[in-house]
Design a protein. Structure first.
Length: 402
């Protein structure tokens, strides 16, 4: 790129004749702005069109050229504008001072047109080169920051994935051993109950044993779902239709004091999934939303819609969903919200913000396991005092061939 007629040069000289000569010389090549004092030069330097170069007479009444240059270099808005001094006579000391203050060159009067044009063009090209370099450096710095952010995000995802895999392996082993121990307890206590007298005091004790063993068995099942040890039975289903079928179950969980709103957009939302596991995930999300709105006029919304993902989503906690069409199942509440420092922990097994005995901390980790088994991703947005939205992104099933 070379300087053109859109390049602006500011000429500051108190002599009208000098302004006319320089204007006549420069106007065929550049846009020229002319002022007759140092004060006017400072004002013009920050007024559009901003000058690309300034020709500045040293000997002007009032504020002379040296004072103008000091002010220009002191301001971040004008410090990068190259300044060429124009003078009839100058001592070596004055020339040294001007260069020390930041002048890039000198032109002596009377002006030699060819010399003036060549020097002006050279300094304009140097300024354009510096501007391009600064722009490229700025772009590189932004790109490095972006890449570093991407690397940190990938490291975070890798760490989380490895942590969840390790926890899943541990949980699977624990669940397997617990299941082996629970099977005879559940089976034998059930057989004993059938044979016992219902009025016998020991029968009631057996019932407690059986009920506790069944609760433990359900807990083992949830651990197995988190650890992906329980294989899903997948089939092609409509997500909105499935949630519509589950509406009575959801409403049975929600107290009458809480408003429940379902927005289920049916059509083009078919996924390949285990229906019972998706319902289990939905009920767990609804249960957490109910807990979040306790003590206020609560609102819970369940939505199903198709989303076309073009870029990784900022709010995904699991591996970001691959670009393409997805069905999104979201549960929102207007509850207490989740502190920012806890958001990444809510899907960890056994993590809970509830009081001791009020929760196992496995509900959301089980949702994480279910979604991962279906090749999906989980997103969460939350604000303290404003509520939380948890979104499940599940890949759409391929179109059926006619």
């Amino acid at each position: 790129m070379t300087p053109t007629e859109t390049t602006t040069i500011l000429v500051a000289d108190d002599e009208p004749t000098n302004l006319a000569i320089l204007g006549h010389l420069l106007s065929p090549h550049y846009r020229v702005r002319a002022v007759r004092s140092g004060e006017q030069a400072l004002q013009a330097a920050v007024t559009a069109p901003i000058p690309d170069l300034i020709l500045l007479d040293i000997m002007m009444p009032g504020m002379n050229g040296m004072a103008v240059l000091r002010n220009l270099k002191a301001s971040p808005a004008t410090s990068d504008i190259p300044v060429i001094f124009i003078t009839a006579m100058i001592s070596p000391e004055s020339e040294e001072e001007g260069l020390r203050l930041g002048a890039v060159d000198y032109l002596t009067k009377p002006i030699t047109p060819a010399t003036a044009l060549a020097r002006i063009r050279t300094h304009l090209e140097l300024k354009q080169a510096r501007d391009r370099l600064a722009s490229q450096n700025n772009w590189l710095e932004q790109e490095v920051r972006r890449r570093m952010d991407d690397i940190r995000e990938l490291e975070r995802q890798l760490y989380r994935s490895q942590k969840m895999e390790a926890l899943g392996t541990l949980a699977s082993g624990i669940a397997h051993d617990l299941n082996n121990m629970l099977q005879p307890i559940v089976g034998l206590s059930e057989m004993a109950l059938k044979e016992a007298d219902a009025q016998d005091r020991n029968s009631k004790r057996l019932r407690h044993v059986y009920d506790a063993a069944c609760r433990a068995r359900d807990l083992v099942l949830r651990i197995k779902l988190f650890s992906r040890d329980a294989e899903p039975v997948k089939q092609r289903i409509g997500l909105a239709a499935l949630c519509n079928e589950a509406e009575p179950l959801i409403r049975s969980l929600v107290p009458a004091s809480i408003d429940l709103d379902l927005k289920l957009h049916q059509g083009a939302d078919h996924i390949v999934a285990d229906a019972s596991q998706i319902i289990t995930a939905l009920l767990n999300l609804a249960s957490n939303a109910i807990d979040a709105v306790q003590g206020i006029k609560g609102r819970i919304r369940v939505t199903v819609e198709r989303v076309d993902i073009g870029e990784p989503l900022d709010h995904t906690l699991s591996d970001p969903p691959a670009p393409g069409p997805h069905a999104c199942l979201a549960v929102s509440d207007n509850g207490c919200g989740i502190p920012a420092e806890l958001i990444e922990k809510v899907f960890d097994p056994f993590f809970t913000t509830k009081p001791p005995g009020a929760g196992t901390g496995l509900g959301l980790s089980m949702v994480h396991g279910i979604v991962s088994q279906h090749g999906g991703a989980i997103g969460i947005t939350s604000a303290m005092g404003a509520g939380t939205t948890i979104s499940l992104y599940l890949p759409l099933a391929p179109q059926k061939e006619e």
